[in-house]
Write a protein that binds this ligand. Structure first.
Ligand code: BEZ
Length: 255
């Protein structure tokens, strides 16, 4: 039987499981939940006010792709923290499994030159699948019992700004996740858009001309605007300027 429940277009149906899973969208408020994690209880997103959060799921503890991802993410945690972003993981496993897995990673596993990696960010236990279902992390075509590799970017106001889903077999690219975070923060701070493959220091896109007059001005402008055509204008934005606005200032030793 297929369940059909459409409420403001926010629901989609799943024939296999008879479950109605929320179809979250960019711009939605991040669904709220309370959870037990490896770093204590959390009240989400309330506990992360004024910070970005990357909420991500993995299929299962004690599996190789997930282990490689956790080591990589844990190794980058300080970098994300400097960009005012906390990491929060989740899988359909219990707390003791999480604890045992993280201990094993620290004590035994070497990957890509990394070893003795301590995962300090929160890892949610979600045996009931409550959180995974709220965030559409269970995608029955891939697995009915394990979460896919979901990545939700949630801004300081608790709004979902982007998400990416990967299948079980595909380990994520964490440089891309960091790049996307910095690009969205740059758009917010400088009111610009970022073109394909943008990285800090590359030219940014200025908002499209909204009138014929502005379109004409753009094409004849002598300032640092570069226009391929009236609708496609870029301007330089230095890496220093971007990072200065975005990254937390580290205290100087003599301060
Ligand atoms: C892994 O993390 O290695 C994995 C997990 C679930 C399915 C396939 C691979």
């Amino acid at each position: 039987m297929q369940l059909v429940e459409l409420k403001n277009n926010t629901m989609e149906t799943s024939q296999e499981q008879n479950v109605v899973t929320p179809m979250l969208r960019i711009g939605d408020k991040a669904p709220i939940f309370k959870a037990v994690t490896t770093q204590g209880d959390i009240n989400f997103p309330e506990d992360y006010k004024d910070e970005w959060v990357i909420l991500f799921s993995h299929p299962a503890d004690f599996t190789p792709v997930c282990t490689s991802e956790f080591m990589t993410f844990a190794n980058l945690e300080d970098k994300f923290d400097k960009a005012n972003c906390k990491l929060v993981g989740l899988s359909i496993d219990g707390l003791y499994s999480h604890i045992a897995w993280l201990r094993t990673i620290k004590e035994k596993i070497k990957f890509n030159g990394m070893k003795n990696i301590e995962v300090k960010f929160s890892l949610i236990e979600d045996i009931s699948m409550e959180v995974a279902k709220k965030y559409g992390m269970i995608q029955p075509g891939e697995s009915k019992t394990q979460a896919v590799r979901a990545v939700f970017f949630i801004d300081p106001k608790g709004i979902i700004r982007a998400f990416i889903y990967y299948p079980l077999s595909l380990g994520r690219n964490f440089d891309e996740i960091y790049r996307a975070l910095i690009a969205m923060q740059t758009s917010d701070k400088f009111s610009v858009a970022t073109p394909a493959d943008w990285n800090p220091g590359d030219d940014v896109i200025v908002s499209p001309a909204g009138s014929c007059g502005v379109a004409e001005e753009r094409m004849t402008s002598t300032d640092d605007l570069k226009c391929e055509d009236w609708f496609f204008c870029t301007k330089p934005l230095s890496k220093d300027e971007v990072l200065d606005k975005i990254l937390k200032k580290t205290k100087l030793l003599h301060e």
